[in-house]
Design a protein around this ligand. Structure first.
Ligand SMILES: [Zn+2]
Length: 359
């Protein structure tokens, strides 16, 4: 078991046998023997290995095993096989912590993820996705307002949202099913922690589209396009777009798009698309605006302040809930949050916040 874990940690850190060996002062064959469990590393060595891989030593001993089934990447082709494997390991590590935490509760504190009932069963055109997205929002009682915390909204609905530290810009997102050793399954979506909030949100909504649209799309429809359309319609529903920009426009000001971007957490480029999709501007006006948008270099970097990154608070909240109900100990809580015991103790008493308030 421990050998497998060492290998996982090494791959997640993107290290070769030799590179890890060098970091901890061992040969690559010694590392290989650990991984094949021909040798058992002493605890001092385990500590070094953990440090070299950028993880906590508990990782080697965690018993909960999670497997990712049918992972689907949203990425550029430059995000190759090795990078994908390393990313999967990081995601599994984070999923395992959540599954472990959920396991401490006598009754699950989150819903079991389900596709709402009564959604359009078969979709023949991309335009029908507008109605479909409205149905999803209705079923989840999200109204027409912007979704402030997409991550927390989805997590409460039973989706495991993983914001993973991946700085390779070729990676956008991942959707998979996590299966635990005892046969429980959870849908998982992962996004990079390095992207601005609007891009993370679009990716999350796109991945949600894959989950919900599965089995409903006509063969003629490109699934990726359908999921993009869903993402836009879910983040900014047609009625809200029309309310925000007006029903029929001959032009749009950049400032309008920028304001809408911050209100709904959907990029300016995304809003330009939505304006066309919802019939606010004609195809030809869209072409003209999009040309200027591209010439300004905004397809790569949009102007103005970035949308704040998505943050999941649910995991931390549940750690404290479990602690308060005495389902877990303080040291377990610190371990799950990945912070030293001393620091955790201070945070639990809100001491660090006092210090800030008194300054
Ligand atoms: Zn996709």
């Amino acid at each position: 078991m421990i050998g497998y874990r060492i290998r996982q940690a090494r791959l997640a850190a993107g290290l070769t046998l030799a590179a890890l060996g060098e970091k901890v002062g061992l040969t690559h064959t010694a590392i290989q023997k650990y991984e094949k469990e021909l040798l058992t590393p002493p605890s001092s060595q385990l500590l070094k290995l953990a440090r070299a891989c950028g993880i906590r030593v508990e990782y080697f001993f965690r018993t909960h095993q999670v497997e990712l089934i049918e992972p689907e990447f949203r990425k550029l082709s430059t995000f190759g096989k090795t990078a994908q494997e390393a990313l999967k390991i990081k995601v599994v590590d984070l999923v395992e912590k959540r599954v472990e935490l959920l396991g401490f509760f006598p009754e699950s504190p989150i819903f079991r993820f389900e596709s709402p009932t009564g959604l359009l069963e078969s979709i023949q055109t991309l335009d029908q996705i507008e109605e479909f997205a409205d149905q999803v929002r209705d079923a989840w009682k999200l109204g027409l307002d912007p979704i402030g915390d997409l991550t927390d909204t989805l997590e409460t609905l039973g989706l495991l949202v993983i914001v993973v530290d991946e700085d390779n810009p070729a990676f956008s997102g991942l959707q998979a099913t996590a299966r635990t050793a005892d046969g429980r399954t959870y849908p998982v979506v992962a996004v990079s922690s390095h992207w601005p909030g609007d891009r993370q949100r679009f990716t999350l909504a796109h991945e949600l589209g894959h989950l919900l649209l599965e089995g409903r799309l006509d063969n003629e429809i490109n699934e990726e396009k359908a999921c993009n359309r869903f993402a836009g319609a879910f983040l900014a529903p047609k009625a809200a777009v029309i309310q925000c920009l007006g029903p029929l426009r001959r032009a749009l000001e950049w400032q309008e798009l920028l304001a809408a971007k911050h209100e709904f957490g959907l990029s300016m480029g995304g809003w330009l698309q939505r304006a066309k999709q919802c019939g606010v501007i004609s195809e030809s006006i869209h072409v003209g605006l999009y040309k200027r948008f591209s010439v300004n270099g905004w397809r790569k970097n949009e102007p103005g302040e970035a949308v704040p990154r998505e943050q999941s608070r649910l995991f931390e909240q549940l750690v404290y809930r479990a602690l308060s109900e005495k389902y877990i100990t303080e040291s377990k809580a610190a371990e799950l949050l990945g912070i030293p015991m001393m620091q955790f103790h201070k945070e639990r008493q809100l001491e660090s916040m006092d210090a800030v308030a008194h300054q």
